[in-house]
Design a protein around this ligand. Structure first.
Ligand code: SF4
Length: 263
């Protein structure tokens, strides 16, 4: 099956945002980072997004989840965590105000850059692929009402999986919830209790305390993963693997898609 990547390259929110969006989309996250810091227009656009992200959840544009600010969609393999190696249709929605320093999808942060797309159309495309599984990611997908979308996918026989920081209450019916909590915006108890998988990104030893705090709050069936942050993974792997051997409730998750050179 040929891999197919569709990027939402239309821009609906005005000239300045359009230009920024085009730049953001084609540059690496490092370039985006420095671009954002230096560019007052982008800082302004981001500030505007932050102040209106709550409002967007109930806006007419999103029509209670019938439209989603789609950044990109592609058929690939899940690279991380428990479902590593599983074929799935990835749907990346725009918008996130968590602000992780090491985020590898900073171009997704400003939802204004991604015009809303019909959830029905996205679901039709997802259902056409043989895996019959979607992974909804972001950005932070829980910013949006997802009941309509997950019902739609289930009606088409498609399994629903989500990757979330848990920073917002989660809507929708999910066959798999991967919670990746972030210190900037600790997860809601609702998401901790519903998660099938806890995946904590580790950059330094201190992050293990954060991992354990979250592990103490998830439900007892939740699988526990420590994932080295990509840029420091070689440096920290030795003590991280030692930690898992000492506390075997944890497993290691690697970003295997980066080794496979797939999205
Ligand atoms: S929650 Fe995810 S998308 Fe948002 S800033 Fe953190 S890593 Fe990036």
């Amino acid at each position: 099956m040929k891999r197919k990547t569709i990027a939402n390259t239309g821009f609906a929110s005005g000239g300045v945002t359009c230009k920024l969006g085009a730049l953001c989309f084609v540059t690496s996250s490092v370039l985006v980072d420095s671009f954002v810091l230096r560019n007052p227009l982008e800082r302004k656009a981001r500030k505007r997004y932050r102040s209106k992200s709550c409002m967007m959840k109930t806006s007419d544009i999103l029509q209670n989840g019938r439209m989603l600010p789609l950044m990109e969609e592609f058929y690939t393999l899940q690279g991380e965590g428990h479902n590593m190696g599983l074929a799935a249709y990835f749907i990346r929605v725009g918008g996130c105000d968590v602000g992780c320093r090491w985020c590898d999808s900073k171009a997704s942060w400003n939802a204004d850059l991604f015009p809303p797309v019909s959830a029905d159309e996205i679901a039709d495309r997802a259902a056409a692929f043989p895996a019959k599984t979607v992974v909804v990611t972001g950005g932070e997908p829980s910013l949006y009402p997802l009941d309509y979308f997950t019902e739609l996918l289930h009606s088409k026989g498609v399994k629903t999986m989500i990757e979330t920081s848990g920073a917002y209450l989660l809507s929708g019916k999910w066959d798999w919830i991967c919670l990746s909590p972030k210190k900037n915006a600790p997860p809601k108890m609702q998401v901790l209790q519903a998660a099938h998988e806890l995946k904590v990104i580790i950059q330094e030893q201190n992050d293990l305390i954060w991992a354990e705090e979250n592990a103490s709050l998830v439900n007892e069936r939740c699988l526990l993963y420590l994932q080295p942050e990509w840029r420091v993974s070689e440096k920290i792997m030795s003590w991280l693997t030692d930690y898992v051997m000492q506390y075997p409730k944890w497993r290691i998750s690697l970003q295997s898609h980066k080794y496979m050179h797939i999205p």
